[in-house]
Design a protein around this ligand. Structure first.
Ligand code: SAM
Length: 227
């Protein structure tokens, strides 16, 4: 049932958890987590009325409404303290939107949350910055390719020991850098080539933007050191 990308998010969810899937759309992830007995309870949060009411009907049809609540709302506003949600998943959105959803969460909504599993479609460094700035430590990462797009999945846990990351770690992922899977190597090889082309184009341009060139060169250096 799940796509390769959502399967990778699913794999990161711990057993016996209470999960809120924010921006759940069709609610595939909560349904699978409950049907496979990974999570004990799940909220499917969705801001758009259409997908929310469709998911609600599906959840009822499958007889899962005791264990899955489909709720209409913006971001983590669908979570109440009494729900005792310990795991939040946010998948299939840009990093800016994920960061903004997390930034707008109140202390009450995050009070029981121990684990965040985030899958930004782009802008992964922004998400890693939010985690580090808000006392979460990255404990696992995965990278998968589906339909010619590469997706990264980041799992983080609440911590008292704030650990900063280096610039290359924010960019490429502290755990992905260690795992260095073929998908990771191919993603960054591709980026390296395009940055190198961009630098040579910029150097041949009439008006040279040295600051931009220096930033690109720095990225090239980071990537070359890791690959
Ligand atoms: N999470 C699913 C997945 O990964 O396949 C669906 C991803 S879909 C591309 C993004 C969903 O997030 C849409 O259904 C959209 O309506 C919802 N969304 C966007 N902003 C949201 C917000 N602030 N709060 C809740 N849902 C939001």
């Amino acid at each position: 049932l799940l796509s390769k990308r959502l399967q990778a998010v699913y794999q990161m969810v711990d057993e016996n958890t209470r999960v809120a899937d924010i921006g759940s759309d069709h609610a595939y992830l909560p349904v699978e987590l409950i049907e496979e007995n990974i999570a004990n309870y799940a909220i499917a949060g969705e801001v758009a009325v259409g997908p929310m009411s469709r998911s609600k009907k599906d959840v009822e049809k499958f007889g899962l409404s005791k264990k899955i609540d489909v709720r209409l709302g913006d971001g983590l506003a669908v979570i109440k303290e009494a729900d005792r949600i310990d795991t939040v998943t946010i998948a299939g959105m840009g990093g800016i939107l994920i960061q903004s959803i997390l930034t707008r969460a109140t202390l009450e909504q995050l009070s029981n949350v121990k684990t965040l599993i985030l899958q930004p479609n782009i802008g992964e460094p922004l998400v890693r910055h939010w985690l580090v700035d808000n006392s979460f430590v990255i404990v696992d990462e995965d990278i998968v390719e589906e339909d010619h797009h590469v997706y990264e999945i980041i799992k983080a846990e609440k911590t008292n020991n704030i650990a900063n990351l280096t610039e290359p770690e924010f960019l490429m992922g502290p755990i992905l850098m260690q795992k260095k899977t073929p998908t990771f190597v191919s993603k960054w090889q591709h980026k390296l080539n395009s940055y190198q082309k961009a630098v040579s184009n910029m150097q041949n341009a009439k008006q040279i933007d040295q600051t931009k060139i220096d930033v690109m060169k720095q990225y090239i250096k980071y990537i070359e050191e890791i690959l």
